[in-house]
Write a protein that binds this ligand. Structure first.
Ligand SMILES: [Cu+2]
Length: 119
């Protein structure tokens, strides 16, 4: 084996060691935490202003479907914003590092989807 190919083999080993079991663990079943299904259809959002109570640092997963191109915006600091295209399904995960009330809205429709109450 030449020096160069040995180096490459060692590099591949390192890469596969990093990307090995970790992602499998994280995606084993659905993560604990809050799940919110959001549907944007015919100019309306479902839910439409519901309060979702979560804990600080709790993992929140939103599953969004939309019949329009839209931007979903979570008004926290730092904020979260997700682009969705018409007909697309989007799953996004985030958490809040501070207590408070944060709105998630559809920017295209200018509508409140949910209000997260974080405590
Ligand atoms: Cu916004």
């Amino acid at each position: 084996m030449s020096k160069a190919s040995f180096g490459l083999a060692a590099l591949l080993l390192v890469v596969s060691a990093c990307s090995g079991p970790k992602p499998a663990d994280e995606h084993a079943g659905h993560p604990a935490g809050a799940m919110v299904d959001v549907k944007i259809e015919s100019g309306k959002t479902v839910p439409s202003g519901a309060v979702v109570k979560v804990s600080k640092d709790e993992q929140i997963t939103v599953n969004i479907t939309s019949d329009i191109d839209d931007e979903i915006h979570v008004h926290s600091t730092p904020d979260h914003s997700f682009q969705i295209s018409a007909g697309q399904k989007l799953e996004e995960t985030f958490s809040f590092g501070a207590t408070g009330t944060y709105e998630m809205e559809s920017h295209r429709l200018k509508k409140l989807i949910v209000k997260f109450e974080v405590r």
